[in-house]
Design a protein around this ligand. Structure first.
Ligand code: COA
Ligand code: AMP
Length: 659
């Protein structure tokens, strides 16, 4: 399928403000250098990391499923992120700047303090029986203790698995059962704009639902909602840590193999069962360290702000590990782009802390633009240190990019990646000299990624032709070596469709200059406010309702969140409950089973679902109708009249009016 003339494809050089242009970029030279000698490239990058033992092989193609990076090497992620900076002159520099408009508090934590806190919590974990290779689940809001918890695990070689606070008990239970943690670290509550979310009842319910039971839970009491602690299992975080401190207990960094897992991070798959993405240690450290300068153009000692959540991959890589590995000061923001207290919140944080870069999702900027379309609130703040805005997590729509460029007057850099990759697949390498921006494109592949656009027969297609975006194996350092306890699922999900390639499950094309365009998923994953969700998982929940005969969930366009889920249900015959009551129950059920993060607020009862003659639900066509996009009648449709019924049902729910 050709796709020339896509509306977003206009470069700065086509007219208008040319903010990035003349500075010559070293990108081509660096990328070609990597291609000519991949191992040499990564061996050089690895010099930025402190190793306990060097690698026997930079890359071993015989190890693991598609090869492994830095085989034979030993290192420690916490040492590289914290201790080495204390030893080398950054002891008094702020490592973390916690800024929490939702609680009205701020706290700076120096590298020396971070080392002290981390070593103490690591000692507490040890006493709770956690050792190298053991799993620890972290279910916490955006507070410094969440970062300390991650680093404390890394310090003793334990594998952390952070679960985002917006997930419900059942999702947490699934993750507990999959990774079988010895200990769970949590807090009594999280704080949203208009409500306090009590975490502890969710945690208790999750542990009750899970077959695996942790030996202990360490609970940080927050004054906004203190939790009841269960004798025997639960311990008060502050009391336990204070006791360890006064007894002088500290744990040292434990060397681990570069190929040992640093963490497991669950992400949506095509079913309700999430995938446990495994991140190994050595390659991740090397790739992140390279990216801080090469991609983000940030220097050690500067203030870097990633406004995501530690529960997402972006938070793991660029709130915690990336900036700390690089000796930066990382801003930890417990708030929202709007409503805490207003759409000037981001500008306040940038100016107050002197951030040189902000990394967030386009949806955050859409929210700000909606509340403050002229960017008036920006004028109240000194943004002189701010150099670059980075966007990722979903497609950056050209309107939002243009608005941000225009109002901020700095380059706006879209970059594309996935939980699986751990860092950017494609981006505009500011540190190597930015390339001209083309709206709608996250620019070019990063060193390490050989991107190919493949057709259904796994053949590379010509420039400007749509296909599936695949990465020629091996994946670079930092990317997943496998899924937790699921090598076969890893092969099946990512490697089987195109032998010799990693299937990103994103569709797109490369243009004649090698710029990549990422247009959408090829599977049933949707992207809601930068959060990745499985429509298959939501269908499983809807289908579990006793009144539902069949259902289909699609992602439909939303001005603010990019996409929102919309569920169509056919009720069982004989159901006497009015459809609007069932719809309300379904909305509540998804919130209860998956969590508020699913943003499932639209359930529509229909008489029947459109299907092909072989019984496949025509989700793609339903989406086009809901989005108001042009569509053609599928040749294989069983009964064309059903599509009119869908259109009418959408209209009755006011969906057409929302777009
Ligand atoms: N704990 C508990 N609940 C949470 C939560 C958390 N950590 N995070 C979000 N939620 C809840 C929200 O309160 C909301 O609940 P509601 O249905 O009662 O309103 C629901 O989950 C959906 O949250 P969200 O999608 O974040 O929408 P929002 O309306 O609260 O905010 C934006 C909209 C655009 C401001 C917000 O999505 C945002 O800042 N997005 C940035 C995205 C991002 O950081 N992505 C990470 C990848 S870079
Ligand atoms: P996650 O694993 O949650 O980071 O989500 C990854 C998915 O988000 C990708 O597979 C893409 O579909 C989408 N995505 C992330 N960043 C971008 C981007 N810059 N442009 C387009 N899609 C993106």
């Amino acid at each position: 399928m050709g796709c020339g003339g896509h509306d977003g494809r206009r470069s700065h050089s086509d007219g208008g403000l040319d903010m990035n242009a003349p500075a010559k970029s070293r990108y081509r030279e660096v990328y070609e250098g990597w291609k000519a000698d991949p191992q040499g490239f990564w061996a050089k990058a690895a010099r930025e990391i402190d190793w306990e033992r060097p690698a026997d092989k930079v890359f071993d193609p015989e190890a693991g499923i598609y090869g492994r990076w830095f085989v034979g090497a030993q290192c420690n992620a916490c040492f590289n992120a914290v201790d080495r900076h204390v030893e080398r002159g950054r002891a008094d520099q702020a490592a973390i700047l916690y800024d929490s408009p939702v609680t009205g508090s701020k706290r700076a934590i120096t590298y020396a303090e971070l080392q002290e806190e981390t070593a103490t919590l690591a000692a507490v974990l040890r006493e709770l029986g956690v050792g190298k290779g053991d799993r620890v689940v972290i279910y916490m809001p955006m507070i410094p203790e969440a970062v300390i918890a991650m680093l404390a695990c890394a310090r003793i070689g334990a594998i952390h698995s952070v679960v985002f606070g917006g997930f419900a008990a059942k999702e947490l239970a699934t993750r507990i059962d999959d990774c079988a943690p010895k200990v769970i670290l949590s807090a009594s509550c999280g704080i949203e704009v208009s409500r306090v979310v009590a975490y502890k009842p969710l945690l208790d319910e999750a542990i009750a639902l899970a077959l695996h039971k942790p030996q202990a839970c360490l609970i940080l009491q927050r004054p906004q909602a203190e939790a009841d602690l269960r004798p025997g299992r639960d311990r008060d975080w502050a009391i336990t840590v204070a006791a360890a401190k006064s007894a002088g207990k500290r744990a040292d960094c434990v060397p681990v193999a570069a190929t040992d897992p640093l963490y497991i991070l669950y992400t949506s798959g095509t079913t309700g069962r999430p995938k446990g993405v495994v991140r190994d240690t050595g390659g991740y450290l090397v790739a992140l360290k390279w990216s801080m300068k090469g991609l983000y153009g940030v220097e050690s000692g500067e203030v870097y702000w990633c406004a995501s959540d530690v529960g997402w991959v972006v938070g793991h890589s660029y709130i915690v590990y990336g900036p700390l590995l690089h000796g930066c000061t990382s801003v930890l923001y417990e708030g929202k782009p709007v409503g805490t207290p207003d759409a000037g919140a981001f500008w306040r944080v940038i100016s107050e802390h002197g951030a040189v870069a902000l990394f967030t999702a386009p949806t955050a900027f859409r929210a700000i633009k909606k509340e403050d379309p002229d960017g008036r609130l920006m004028r109240n703040y000194d943004l002189s240190k701010f150099r670059t805005l980075f966007l990722a997590g979903e497609r950056a729509d050209p309107d939002t990019v243009r608005w941000a460029e225009d109002k901020l007057g700095v380059p706006v850099i879209d970059h594309w990646w996935q939980t699986e990759t751990g860092w950017a697949i494609a981006g505009n390498p500011v540190g190597l000299g930015a390339l001209p921006v083309k709206y709608g494109s996250p620019t070019v592949p990063m060193p390490g990624y050989d991107l190919q656009i493949l057709d259904e027969g796994a053949k590379p297609v010509a420039a400007n032709t749509m296909g599936t975006i695949a990465v020629k194996l091996p994946l670079p350092p930092g990317c997943l070596p496998t899924l937790w306890n699921a090598d076969d699922r890893f092969r099946e999900s990512y490697l089987a469709t195109f032998p010799g390639y990693y299937n990103t499950s994103d569709a797109g094309f490369l243009d004649e200059d090698g710029y990549v365009y990422v247009m959408g998923r090829t599977d049933d994953i949707i992207n809601v406010a930068g959060h990745r969700l499985s429509t298959g998982g939501m269908e499983e929940v809807l289908a579990s309702h006793p009144s539902v005969a069949e259902c289909a969930v699609i992602g439909i366009k939303d001005e603010l969140k990019g996409e929102v889920p919309c569920g169509f249900v056919v009720l069982k015959s004989g159901v006497s409950t009015p459809p609007n009551v069932v719809e309300g129950e379904l909305i509540a059920l998804v919130r209860e089973k998956i969590g508020p993060v699913a943003a499932f607020k639209l359930a529509i009862t229909v008489g029947r679902l459109p299907k092909t003659r072989s019984g496949k639900i025509l989700r793609g066509t339903m989406k086009k109708i809901a989005d108001g996009d042009p569509w053609t009648m599928p040749a294989t449709i069983d009964d064309p009249a059903i599509l009119d019924e869908i259109a009418t049902a959408l209209k009755e729910k006011g969906v057409a009016a929302r777009i």
